[in-house]
Design a protein around this ligand. Structure first.
Ligand code: AMP
Ligand code: MG
Length: 510
């Protein structure tokens, strides 16, 4: 048990609370050289209100969820109070946004309040997003509207339970203040958790300034923090680069296998830890169309579903470029090393993608033929079938359901045109004999019934904004926390939108 002492952000006075369990802070990024960040307190808000605390995550991190729900706890997640041991900073980075270079970005509406070590000894950043202006706000107000905060909470937690590496949502609070966008919107703050918030753009910032010393310090920090094995080999920076590339290849393969569209894959939105970050205009696809793009600002379709693997490759080559001064003393050798690292990506991605798609079809990787996946996707595109439900229906078809209500047949059927493909698929299944129900269980575990469908997310956000009714938000989050088991009473949450419910565009939180 620790004494939970809070510091008021506007007075730096210590607030003595009754004894509470609290994780210990250890702020390694704030110990890096001063040019990596600016010390910055969150800007207090007038009337913080609790939206939700993530109890499971709080427990994992060593926070007392009950405390976070008290008045003082809400002051904390709204940025009006700092926990003892916090050392709030706004970090600096750069990045390629939609392909264009921006030498100066940074936490413009977020504050890293510190790092905590969880019950398993893992380090996590605790960040407040929407916490007011910083030196990197570039004319922005540093605030976040309620809608994007709810979207990020819903989608990031849905991704986490699907097993996708991702930043997490520990809590969300309203600010009691309005933010000006096209409309006046209620403001909110998200408490975001990630293994770190170090981006490709963080390294790019120092590379572009030719500050090789800082670049080396940051690379070393990333190695210690995310790739400790790389410190043991002859070329640690190259090993780190290989590690980031491997994690990203697997991450993007996971996105593809779930029909997830990130929407704003700028180099400042790709973490070196390999976690998904920045749930701005993101969305899951309903009917399968590889050209799908949701982001309102992505006019050219740069970040469309089918482009994501290539964009990741491009972003990683920007990372390799930034690391060149550290890869070898001799520029030619450095270039060769960086090139070799990024040339490994296409095969790494393909292997990860193939493995995940075969898993979804219940096929072993050795026997499954790649063409079967391609042909299925073509059929899905032609017939405009729902991405998620098509795969889940295949799960139904491999074995009779023991629990009858776990079969999605009542809400979704495959068109007859799938019959020839299904015959080919069944033949493939015979090549890797397996107990039917074991195969079904394995397929169920990678073919969710419930995803964060855009129209459901929009419905939850609208109810919160228009009617101040957060019930649809809570209900959606709760349902998405159990994505792999169909329940008839939640059939509405499994089904694609009706034509009038389709949401075609999503908007960034800016
Ligand atoms: P994003 O598109 O969310 O990745 O943000 C790109 C950059 O814009 C980041 O440096 C953000 O910190 C900054 N930014 C986005 N929204 C705001 C805002 N409302 N106020 C200040 N900075 C912002
Ligand atoms: Mg961003």
């Amino acid at each position: 048990m620790y004494l939970y002492s809070l510091v008021a952000t506007h007075t730096t006075e210590h607030w003595k609370m009754s004894p509470r369990t609290s994780p210990a802070f250890d702020n390694s990024y704030a110990r890096l050289p001063g040019r990596f960040y600016t010390r910055q307190q969150p800007v207090p808000v007038s009337a913080p209100g609790l939206i939700r605390v993530n109890h499971a995550l709080a427990a994992q991190l060593g926070f007392d969820a009950g405390f976070l729900e008290t008045e003082a706890g809400v002051e904390l997640i709204a940025g009006n109070l700092m926990p003892e041991g916090a050392d709030p900073i706004a970090t600096v980075y750069a990045g390629h946004q939609f392909g264009g270079w921006n030498p100066q970005l940074g936490d413009g509406r977020a504050i890293l309040i510190g790092e905590i070590i969880d019950n398993n000894g893992l380090r996590h950043d605790i960040q407040l997003k929407g916490s007011g202006r910083t030196p990197y706000s570039r004319g922005g107000d540093g605030r976040a509207p309620l809608g994007p905060v709810l979207r990020e909470y819903i989608v990031s937690e849905a991704m986490a339970v699907l097993g996708v590496p991702t930043s997490r949502a520990l809590a969300a609070a309203t600010t009691g203040e309005m933010v000006m966008r096209e409309d006046r919107l209620p403001g909110a703050i998200l408490t975001r958790v990630a293994q770190s918030h170090i981006r490709i753009g963080s390294l790019q910032f120092f590379a572009a300034k030719k500050d090789t010393k800082a670049l080396a310090v940051l690379a070393d920090h990333v190695i210690q923090r995310h790739f400790p094995q790389a410190a043991q080999v002859d070329h640690p920076v190259r090993a780190m680069l290989d590690g980031v590339i491997a994690r990203q290849a697997d991450l993007i393969a996971q996105w593809q296998s779930l029909g997830f569209i990130h929407g704003v894959m700028n180099t400042d939105n790709m973490l070196l830890s390999g976690e998904t970050i920045d749930y701005g205009p993101c969305a899951f696809m309903d009917e399968y169309d590889p050209a799908t793009v949701f982001s309102s600002i992505d006019q050219g379709g740069r970040y469309a579903y089918r482009n994501q693997p290539h964009i990741a490759h491009w972003n990683l080559s920007m990372l390799a470029q930034a690391l060149l001064p550290l890869l070898a003393d001799d520029p030619d050798k450095a270039l060769a090393s960086g090139q070799a690292a990024i040339d490994a990506y296409p095969d790494l991605f393909q292997a990860a993608y193939q493995r995940r798609m075969h898993e979804k079809l219940g096929l072993s990787n050795e026997t499954g033929e790649a063409q079967l996946v391609q042909d299925l996707l073509e059929l899905m595109q032609q017939e405009k079938t729902d991405f998620t439900l098509t795969f889940r229906r295949l799960s139904d078809l491999v074995a009779p359901r023991t629990a009858a209500d776990n079969d999605i047949g009542s809400v979704f059927e495959l068109p007859d045109s799938f019959t020839p493909w299904l015959q080919r698929w069944r033949k493939e299944l015979l090549k890797s004999p397996q107990d039917e129900s074991a195969r079904q269980a394995a397929m169920d575990a990678v073919n969710p019934v419930y995803i964060a469908r855009n129209h459901l997310v929009a419905e939850a956000i609208d109810a919160a904004i228009i009617q101040q009714n957060f019930e649809p938000f809570h209900r959606l989050v709760d349902i998405l926390l159990q994505p792999f088991k169909f329940k008839h009473e939640h059939g509405r949450y499994a089904t694609p939108p009706l034509p009038e419910q389709i949401v075609r565009q999503t908007f960034c939180g800016t």
